[in-house]
Design a protein around this ligand. Structure first.
Ligand code: TYC
Length: 103
C-alpha cells in the first residue's frame, strides 16, 4: 500500500459518492465521405454489440444526419470503445471518428 495524499473528502462524502450511480457518457459515430458503409456496420456489430439490422439503421442515420448514437457507457468503457474504433479505423486506413458526451 502506497502513501496517498488526503483528497479532502470526508468519510461521509466518500460513502455518498460510492452509493451514487456512475456518470454515463454517450458515444457517437461521426459521418465522413470515405469510410465504407460495410466497415461502419462491422464496427457497430463488433465494438458496440449491435445486431446487423440495428447496426445498419444506425450507420444510415449517421450517413444522413452527420452523427448517431452508438451506445452509452461509464467513462472508462466509453473511452476504451472510442480507442478501439480509432485504432481499427487507422489500421484499415479510414477516417472514421467517434465523439463522447456526458449524458
Ligand atoms: N458516408 C459514408 C459513405 O457514404 C458512410 C459512413 C456512415 C461513414 C457512417 C461514416 O460514421 C459513418 N461511404
Amino acid at each position: 500500500m502506497g502513501i496517498r495524499a488526503n483528497s479532502g473528502q470526508s468519510t461521509e462524502e466518500k460513502i455518498r459518492q460510492e452509493l451514487k450511480k456512475p456518470a454515463m457518457y454517450h458515444v457517437f459515430l461521426l459521418n465522413d465521405d470515405y469510410t465504407t458503409m460495410d466497415f461502419v456496420v462491422s464496427v457497430l456489430e463488433k465494438v458496440f454489440r449491435k445486431s446487423t439490422v440495428e447496426a445498419t439503421q444506425i450507420m444510415l442515420h449517421v450517413h444522413k444526419k452527420g452523427k448517431g448514437l452508438a451506445g452509452t457507457y461509464t467513462r472508462e468503457i466509453a473511452e476504451t470503445k472510442i480507442g478501439t474504433v480509432h485504432r481499427l479505423a487507422r489500421e484499415y486506413e479510414f477516417p472514421l471518428r467517434c465523439s463522447m458526451e456526458k449524458e
